[in-house]
Ligand binder design. Sequence first.
Ligand code: MRU
Length: 363
Amino acid sequence: MKISGVPYRTIWPVESGAVRVIDQSRLPFELVTLDLATLEDAARAIKTMVVRGAPLIGATAAYGLALALRADASDRRIEEAARILLATRPTAVNLAWALARVRSVIAHLEPGRRFQAAFREAGKICDADVEQCRSIGVHGLEIIRRLAKPSRRRVNILTHCNAGWLACVDWGTALAPIYMAHDAGIPVHVWVDETRPRNQGASLTAYELGAHGVPHTVIVDNLGGLLMQRGEVDCVIVGSDRTTACGDVCNKVGTYLKALAAKDNDVPFYAALPVSTIDWSLDSGRDIEIEERSAAEVTSVIGRTAAGEVASVRVVPEASAALNLAFDVTPARLVTGIITERGVCAAGREGLLDLYPEQRRSA
Ligand code: MRU
């Protein structure tokens, strides 16, 4: 997607042999890139959320594994690098998926050929992610088109967290259909949940929608229910960090409450995700490991002061405890449909297997 007319991906290889990423910890205040030259650089970027969002975490981990093998591509080094990367963030399954994919390509190669092959495979993962997100956009566009039809009026879509191109390599998952609808001349407007504690909605989703010229309004996380009661939300589209084989959708904390409100108000609720986000090994969302992050993310907020300085300010009494569980699970029964690169399906085992029949063998 473009920022000020310049096309960007979120991650790309550069001539020095490093991998360049947009430093998302600096957005929306500054657009800054950072070069990742080593395994440690990649692991730190994922852990500190310089890069974040399930598909981008997977892509960065794939490059991180490749970078680890530049000087030592032994079996032991592969093990060690995969362990370090896997430990960075536990919930997004794309991380484990991407590492397994790179490992399967290099496992039987001579050590001397592994670095190049791993780097090439990481590039393929990125290209495939772009294509998958584009397809998610095409399928999701039809949903928005149908909602726009009756009166040709503005379609109001609510989204939570950031599931746009910044969370992926390009296009995004939940936002791809919105970009395509906007580009097709359908009047769309997005209610952007600010998404406490790290405010990925207020800082990242608002930033990228603004850069593309999509009308949007940032709302506090708790307003969505009232807007739905007032008929001001036509559908909800969110991304996912891990979706089980039975269609339970794990996503940024707060998503479940939006799904409950949507159900109560007959508002369709969609999750948009590529195949790399489906964890075929799990049936129930209860078995997904939910990342617990630092309480400091709850007790403080980061923002820019009137003097232009980016600062962190405390909003909780010093003596109060805080709990920061980063994700929740929306049960399949609350999900109207799952938008994937292969089409839209019912949230459930049969729906997903219809789209991915190759998984029936192992199901
Ligand atoms: O903790 P983050 O910022 O890495 O959270 C992941 C997300 O961006 C969201 O949960 C998103 O909705 C799903 S990933 C496309």
